[in-house]
Ligand binder design. Structure first.
Ligand SMILES: [Fe+2]
Length: 310
């Protein structure tokens, strides 16, 4: 795929359209899971070699990575070093621990691919445009048979998955209430009844709704998939109640009013046209801000134009 140039489309148009259309169809349907086999040309999206290139970046910090070996997350903070150059500290990630763990078949999750890779940045921008207000993430999951990055869990947002290499078995359980807390780890009994089990192979694409418990197992020697967390950044309940609380504090119930009267006054404001207008404006502002930020993320991986004279 044409990469790292800023004057041409960084993703094959057909592949991009296929992924976006898959997401649109999946979101339109009432199904909690959708899977299409062998429809994505993975060479146009990502590869094991590209993962190696990105992992080789000395400027990675521990926050970009999760390294898991035999169920234990390894602490990469001890791998941060620096070199002093002209009184400045240049920090880098010593890859010794990472490489030793990889040699022992550790699993790696590499975050922030939509910042590091211009093609994935472009793809995520297009995925976000299908949603009211999203700030999505793209990460790579590299695992080995016997070493998984995550145990059973639920995701708090919808997820799109593209299998790049190897085979991964997914055990998917009946959908549960979407929530932000206590989504992981889940025991088998917390995950509830099994809805299905299937394998993802290179070129397969899957959509899984938020709140669906799942557990993955690497069937082949290794597996690599991309996961897109389609994070909903529409105003959160914290933002909405913060705005309502600010108003309430300027127009409170009478002293010693019964709690039911306090709640009634609060609800009156929450359901008022004035508040709805205010909150819709805040929502539109947030959407604009998210789009501006996405542009910054996309610019992060663009090749600079040196503007050289011919
Ligand atoms: Fe997940």
């Amino acid at each position: 795929m044409a990469r790292l140039t800023n004057w041409e489309l960084p993703v094959n148009k057909e592949t991009l359209n296929r992924i976006v259309q898959f997401l649109l169809d999946a979101k339109k349907s009432a199904e909690f899971m959708r899977l299409e086999n062998g429809v994505i040309d993975v060479a146009e999206v990502f590869s094991l070699e590209r993962l190696r290139e990105l992992l080789a970046n000395p400027l990675l910090t521990p926050e970009w990575l999760q390294l898991t070996l035999e169920g234990r997350i390894l602490d990469l903070r001890q791998s941060v070093g620096f070199k002093v150059v002209q009184d400045k500290k240049l920090f880098f990630l010593d890859k010794d621990l990472l490489n030793q763990a990889l040699a022992k078949r550790a699993a790696v999750v590499l975050e922030g691919l939509d910042l590091m890779d211009s093609a994935l940045a472009y793809l995520v921008t297009n995925l976000e445009q299908t949603m009211p207000c999203s700030m999505s993430n793209c990460e790579a999951f590299f695992s080995r048979s016997g070493n998984e990055a995550y145990n059973g869990h639920r995701d708090s947002d919808d997820v799109l998955v593209i299998q790049i290499a190897g085979t991964k078995r997914w055990r998917v359980h009946q959908p549960q209430q979407r929530r932000y807390l206590n989504n992981a780890p889940l025991t088998d009994s917390m995950m509830g009844p099994i809805a299905g089990q299937f394998e993802l192979n290179p070129g397969d694409i899957m959509f899984l709704k938020a709140g669906v418990p799942h557990k993955c197992t690497t069937v082949t020697d290794h597996s690599l998939h991309l996961s897109f967390d389609l994070i909903d950044r529409t105003l959160s309940i914290e933002q909405i109640t913060k705005a309502a609380n600010a108003h309430y504090n300027n127009a409170t119930a009478e002293p010693h009013a019964p709690v039911s009267a306090v709640i009634d006054k609060y609800i009156d404001y929450l359901t008022s046209d004035r508040f709805k207008t205010e909150i819709e404006k805040a929502s539109a502002d947030q959407k604009r801000e998210a789009a501006l930020y996405r542009q910054k993320f996309t610019d992060a991986s663009k090749m600079p134009n040196l503007n050289l004279k011919k």
